[in-house]
Design a protein around this ligand. Sequence first.
Ligand code: ZN
Length: 508
Amino acid sequence: MRKRLIVSAASALALLLAVPASAATPSPGAAGVGDPYYPTYGNGGYDVSHYDIRLKYQPATDLLEGTTTILATATQDLSRFNLDFVLDVQQVLVNGRAARFASTGEAELEVTPDRPIAKGSPVTVVVRYSGVPGEVERDGYSAWLRTPDGGVAANEPVAAWWWFPSNDHPTDKATFDVSVLVPDGTQVISNGLSTGQSSRAGWTRYNWRQTKPQATYLATLAIGRFDVRTDTTPSGLPVITAYSKDLGENDGAARASVERTGELVDWLSGYFGEYPFTSVGGYVPNVPTGYALETQTQIFYSPAQFARGANTSVVVHELAHQWYGDSVSVQRWSDIWLNEGFARYSQWLWSEHENEGTAQELADYVYSYYPADNAFWTVKPGDPGADHQFSSAVYDRGAVAVQALRNTVGDEKFFQILKGWPAERRYGNATVQQFQTYAERISGKKLGDLFTTWLFTPSKPAVPSAGAPAKAVAGPASAALPQEPRSWKKIQETNSLHDNGSGHGHGR
Ligand SMILES: [Zn+2]
């Protein structure tokens, strides 16, 4: 015993002596990652590797109580750091010790550990909290969607604030375990695969696991009464779909669309390469919103997407995001074209496959549909601004840009780029500039003028995507408008269902 004590004291002395005299003074982590559109989103000073989210939810009252455990590594000597969160916090522990905390700003939770954290060292943060997420508003809305039988977290660019504390920016991806206790008869849907459930004394606990890196805005949670279906694709990929038991007359059209997930993900793999995740699926809760969102592996669909009948186009769009958006995510929110330009283009490929209009016909139609003086052309898809991040130009002009790329490099190089990029950047982040550099490398062509014309010029390009003289320039737009592709209205419908009235955060 005595000997061990001596060794211990010697070790402690060695550690003390090992601290360099010039060690950096610990300082607070930044309150944001410096995103040009949303300067306070995310935080500086640490990198998260895993979220363990353990919740209890009562559908009748919307009361959410939880404990989230965050595993992170300090990227600087930290005196304090922030998380992004809006519910009421009762306790924060950092490496097992009680920390001081304060809620500030729009969604900042400032955490001051009782001793500084050294750069490079692991950090375990435990946050205990509670709240009624449907009643907590920021910027005039709550991303927590209340349903008659529960609630749903699915929004863009922020949704996590309302159900777990996080480093809420796409550049800090992590794995997730989500475990939720709900009254018997209620189901819980989240990302990845179900790892089982157990019931006791009137309550059931559901467990979900996402083992691949996931951005915080792509984490989703749905609590309610669902009909859950499981299957596998011919290639063995698990497919999980879920439908509110309360979809009424939209039920058939929703199932006739989302039940084709396995078929459509296999079809998209032909263009985008190997599917990057370990499961795929989608759910349709009974929400009054209009949008769909590419929540990772478990896609969120509003019932309104199916109010005019089956809609495989929106399923293709959200599945395309699993490669373009989820596996390869924006470096900054200004890079949104890398998500939406390609997801919209996948709908054009699907239209072509279904003989409802080729991608070129759709590109020509977009070009002619909007006259040069339409505000549509003032939005730069490559840097649309926070207020126009989800404007139709990012989608439609963004997809014309993809068609213009195809016409410039030729089909062989184009499809090589389309498939190669998600493999090149799998599970990472990227900028529009990095995509251009990649496309130039694969095609052997300089593409600066092309990208400037289609993505970074706030006016209508003088020639359409195919490079031929623009017919629309010669006369009134109505006279020059080509025949409407048969898929046009359906694709526009997936664009025009932004009806939840909030200023931002209508995901797609
Ligand atoms: Zn989208």
